[in-house]
Design a protein around this ligand. Structure first.
Ligand SMILES: [Zn+2]
Ligand SMILES: [Zn+2]
Length: 345
């Protein structure tokens, strides 16, 4: 609302003696400058735009202008039915062409909020892919009233059920959500008992989340329409499941490659032979060449984690670690002394 003290002539920047044409010119110039479509999010421009329209509404109408010149703004306060609804949602058809851009903006703001939740999975689950059940407590559309909030309702008489009204304001024709029914097109005569007229209820449900192979910490799974509920029949937001892959006691992950330490005996290291190497797919047998040093790395191609998009797997690297017995028998000691000679050679 404009303050009661608003001087309509000052608002439009014209003299009291200005002609209808001058007033119209001044109005058009200011309306273009302060139009909300051209100043998105600028509250002061929006306020100015309202004031300009109020001023023009009065000064462009000779009867209203005469009343205003006699009694000032007190003749008009609160009686015009505009100002309260706001201009932000409309467009000015005869000057601006971006009506529909604005309309779309308004629609999207009714869409439900996007929500996020955390989910831990094991490395094996990341490797194979997994379907997890999660329990969610969230707002859902009331089943009793299908989200309308009404047990019974009548067609809104203001908009005849269309949900929007057109108003002439000066040279503008504005389409706005109907204030009487808040754009619903219907007036609730009896609220739904289940949701007390909210149109939504809180429900706890268990849903299945399918996680494809190749997930990593930070990967997100989008569940369309499982987020916050939309208002006035608009779609719900989405739910994002943010994954954390828990550390594994044996396998270390680096991107899609897997690292694993493989303990071998001194004898295996010296003589070589077949050893078992654990992989995410189960143990595999690998041939260790004779004379393998501790810390030597063997690549098992394609035994890593698959790439989510390409499906091509990383590799596994087996790091050989020679483990030394803490206690040895006399016989073993003698044999080891023989080995010691081999080093000298
Ligand atoms: Zn209901
Ligand atoms: Zn209505």
């Amino acid at each position: 609302m404009s303050p009661a003290t608003q001087d309509f002539y000052e608002t439009l920047g014209v003299k009291k003696s200005a002609s209808t044409d001058d007033i119209k010119k001044a109005y058009r110039k200011l309306a273009r400058k302060h139009h909300p479509d051209l100043n998105p999010g600028d509250k002061s421009a929006e306020k100015r735009f309202k004031e300009i329209n109020e001023a023009y509404e009065v000064l462009s109408d000779s009867k209203k202008k005469t009343e205003y010149d006699q009694f000032g703004t007190s003749a008009f306060n609160g009686s015009q039915g505009f100002g309260a609804g706001g201009f932000g949602g409309g467009g000015a058809e005869d000057i601006f062409s971006d009506l529909f851009g604005n309309f779309r903006h308004e629609q999207s703001s009714l869409k439900g909020a996007d929500l996020a939740t955390q989910l831990d999975i094991s490395l094996e689950e990341a490797y194979n892919g997994v379907t997890k059940s999660i329990t969610l407590t969230r707002e859902v559309q009331c089943k009793t009233c299908s989200g309308t909030g009404a047990e019974s309702s009548n067609t809104c008489s203001s908009c005849k059920g269309s949900g929007s009204v057109k108003q002439s304001r000066g040279i503008f024709r504005l389409s706005q959500p109907c204030p009487a029914c808040r754009g619903r097109g219907r007036i609730i005569t009896k609220s739904c008992k289940t949701c007390r007229g909210n149109g939504s209820t809180v429900a706890t449900e268990t849903i299945k989340v399918k996680i494809p192979p190749g997930a990593n910490t930070g990967s997100r799974v989008k569940l369309r329409g499982m987020g916050g509920i939309g208002s006035q029949g608009s779609p719900s937001g989405d739910l994002y499941i943010e994954l954390t892959v828990k550390p594994h006691p044996m396998f270390k992950r680096d991107g899609n490659h897997i690292y694993v330490e493989v303990p071998v005996t001194i004898v295996e290291a010296i003589l070589g032979g077949k050893i078992k190497v654990p992989t995410l797919d189960g143990p595999v047998t690998m041939t260790l060449p004779p004379g393998t040093d501790s810390g030597k790395k063997f690549r098992l191609k394609g035994k890593g984690i698959p790439n989510k998009k390409t499906g091509i797997s990383g590799d596994e690297f087996a790091l050989i670690k020679i483990v030394v017995p803490k206690k040895v028998s006399k016989k073993a000691k003698a044999a080891l002394e023989e080995i010691e000679k081999a080093y000298k050679e």
